[in-house]
Design a protein around this ligand. Structure first.
Ligand code: SF4
Ligand code: SF4
Length: 379
């Protein structure tokens, strides 16, 4: 029985390296001669397997980097040394560039420049459209509707319209993200097969954020004092998001399998999972925003595109409006809150392929490639 996942070989047109890629190749060339940081994370062992680095190689290495900052504080060639080695900043910049390079459709690549402004505009327009849509397709009184009894939400927006709209936009986003990640994956020059063992290793590394630990002592964002704040906040965000996804899935099952309509009672799996996930999706992003605010300049992507911050605020807005809707659904604020919450969720879904959300998938692909290469190297 075959126990590996075949990787299709495709020819990738060779493009001239960007400035960010050329700079990463230069700096990694110094690292490859120095090798002082090889025990810190996956980036340096992956680099050492390559005699010569190309643009796609450094794209791959950039997505392996978890921005822990450890190599900056360890580096004897960081500024003011003339080599001016700034690995975390170079990798952060290149990662954001990679998302634009592989985005589908390619015409939307400019959205990654000034990403924060784009995401904020999309959210504002989406919320406004839901408010106007509720009034146009029903009437203004729905904005002051209340009710926690079964089917109350669907008097404001019919279930079929809600399911059709959100199902379509979610499906579009998943397809767009998959096409982007597929392009990135092939650009790394994949050959051979990825074994289930490598897949399992990559999944473990992703689920535990193994490389967000500065080589074991914690991240160094603000100073040489290591801390696990970023890793913990990231875990809250990631698992909070998964719980919210589980809540939505359970709501779908309640509706289609058990014939029970939203809003659901407090004790239902949909509400319990959504509440715990929603709280995690506030604690995590707030913690990450704090870490980001205190991060030293040498670790930041240059230029700043506002991508991280926009995504974190979007997650917070999704959770806060969802939890407010839960608490105030029996009051006349329900209609308005439902419009705002749906507007924010719609903006989150539609912007998923065009913002920071994609980093998880690109990183997972890079971790998979790394696990595969290390297994081959040891064989
Ligand atoms: S980051 Fe600096 S110390 Fe670390 S391997 Fe590169 S050149 Fe050497
Ligand atoms: S910032 Fe951390 S994860 Fe990134 S290359 Fe440096 S040590 Fe590795």
């Amino acid at each position: 029985m075959k126990t590996s996942i075949p990787i299709k070989e495709i020819s990738v047109p060779k493009a001239a390296p960007s400035n960010a890629q050329s700079e990463a190749v230069r700096q990694m060339g110094v690292c490859n001669a120095c090798r002082y940081c090889e025990g810190l994370c996956a980036v340096f062992p992956a680099m050492e397997l390559r005699r010569q680095l190309t643009g796609p190689d450094v794209d791959y290495l950039a997505n392996l980097c978890h921005s822990c900052g450890a190599c900056h504080f360890d580096c004897q060639y960081a500024q003011p040394h003339e080599f001016a080695i700034e690995i975390p900043a170079v990798m952060a910049n290149l990662r954001e560039e990679t998302y634009a390079r592989h985005v589908w459709p390619g015409a939307l690549a400019p959205v990654f420049e000034r990403n924060g402004i784009w995401i904020a505009s999309i959210t504002a327009i989406s919320v406004a459209l839901f408010l106007v849509g509720f009034i146009v397709f029903t009437d203004a009184s729905v904005l002051f509707a209340s009710g926690s009894e079964e089917g109350a939400f669907y008097r404001v927006m019919p279930h079929n319209a809600m399911a059709g709209l959100f199902g379509a936009v979610f499906l579009y986003s998943i397809v767009a993200i998959c096409l982007g990640v597929r392009s990135f994956w092939h650009s790394t020059g994949s050959q051979g097969s990825v074994s289930w063992r490598s897949l399992w290793q990559a999944s473990k590394n992703a689920a535990t954020l193994r490389y967000l630990d500065g080589g074991g002592m914690g991240c160094m964002h603000e100073s040489e004092e290591p801390s696990n704040r970023k890793r913990i906040a990231h875990h809250f965000t990631f698992y909070g998001f998964l719980l919210c996804l589980a809540s939505t899935t359970s709501g779908t099952l309640m509706h289609y399998v058990f014939g029970v309509q939203a809003p659901y009672p407090w004790w239902s799996p949909t509400v319990v999972l959504g509440t715990i996930g929603g709280i995690g999706l506030i604690i995590g992003p707030v913690g990450l925003l704090r870490v980001k605010r205190e991060q030293i300049d040498a670790l930041k992507a240059k230029p700043s595109r506002g991508m991280d911050v926009a995504f974190l605020y979007m997650l917070i807005a999704t959770s806060v409006t969802g939890l407010l809707l839960l608490v105030l659904r029996a009051t006349p604020a329900m209609g308005l809150l439902l419009a705002v919450h749906l507007g924010v969720v719609f903006a989150l879904f539609i912007s998923m392929p065009y913002g920071k959300f994609v980093h998880g998938l690109y990183r997972y692909a890079a971790l998979m490639r790394h696990a595969h290469e290390q297994a081959q190297h040891k064989a």
